[in-house]
Design a binder for this molecule. Sequence first.
Ligand code: GDP
Ligand code: IMO
Ligand code: MG
Length: 421
Amino acid sequence: MFTILTGSQFGDEGKGKIVDLLAENYDIVVRFQGGDNAGHTVIVGDKTYKLHLTPSGVLFGARLLIGPGVVLNPKVLMSEIESLEAEGIEANLGIDAKTSIIMPYHIALDELRERGRKEKIGTTKRGIGYAYIDKFSRDEVQMKDLTDPALLEAKLDEIGPAREKAIADLGGDPSVVRDPVLIGEYLEIGRRLASRVADVSYEINVALDAGKKVLAEGAQGAFLDVIHGTQKFVTSSFTTAGSACANLGVGPARVDSVVGIVKAYMTRVGEGPMPTELKDEVGAHLSKVGKEFGTTTGRPRRCGWFDAVLAKKSMYLNGYTEIAITKLDVLGGLDPIKICTGYELDGEVLDYPPESTVEFARCQPLYEEIGGWTEDISGAKSYQALPEAVRNYVERIEALLGVKITIVSVGPGREQTVRRG
Ligand code: GDP
Ligand code: IMO
Ligand code: MG
């Protein structure tokens, strides 16, 4: 069985929590895109794990894979492996030989370019965009190259000068490209990771042939997608469900289900348009109660009402077969609750977002209102036990999306979840 799980908004929908929840039933959990710009939180009991690269199935001992469509910072991965080991958790992790490596010069270029932009993107400064540029220009260092000093040296001889020039042109220090200390650190990590190098496409296809269950864990969210998102305020990878097949080398006919993670309201970290953003006390409530600070950068996330116009587009982009809705508990105490069901753009009413980011930025949200609740729902044990107003909200969103909501999350903990048949 092959399941793909993706974020349906601007990232941070609670993918980590839901992957952890589902992982018990899967043999393999695999990341297929993005890098350590992702921050996926898993909370079990009094322990919190913030995972940037390790797939969120790690606590169940699933086979974990990092696919060749990921851009990998080996230092971040190594420190994640070490922190998990310190907690007594052994990650059974394989990394595809073709995975692109984020080199120190990618991080330098990301920082320098962002600094020089008049209109900033607000990237995580993890070198993501520049690592993908090098993949697509066929100038990347791959995981395999890290395991052999001769391969890495030959690669840097070939691609180093152009990167040194690019850094110097942006006013940076080009010595980062061939810095012997940094290269030594990378090679040492390569040596330690060598036994984990894998062929992810082969491993997944063989597992599926044997009747095993594979869960592909997306990073970011639909509107951070480099094609379908709100360019230029996007990440540099393909974040929608179809990308899992292409990036992992698994045929689309093998997909059994596609799970969308939907936060009960909107958040966005970094720049870019967000029609339902609230800068009032409701926004402050969502930020405070939802603890909306970036898992990777610690920046405050912008908050706003649920946007069903964007959600509809996300249903199309991903073809979800089921939905998990998260953070419903955070809406407690707000009355009424608003749902954006349309936009007004230049005097016209839209029920679907415009393609152009410039036009999207001018869209004004049109809201419908629904009754709120004041009860604390974070200990709910069943869907039926939830207050009627909560169920009304869930079922209204379900009707707007046209896809069954099967999982309702009412708190960050693994057990703070109710299933719907
Ligand atoms: P991801 O990037 O999609 O994995 O999401 P993040 O981990 O970056 O952000 C989601 C945050 O919300 C994390 O701190 C989670 O622990 C937390 N969270 C997830 N589900 C719920 C929920 O239902 N209620 C509350 N209050 N917090 C949640
Ligand atoms: P998870 O997987 C939220 C945002 C950044 C910035 C833009 C581009 O935790 O949901 P990048 O560093 O990727 O070039 O930054 O994308 N961004 C995220 N926002 N959640 C994420 O990941 C994100 N990964 C990148 O804030 O606006
Ligand atoms: Mg996150």
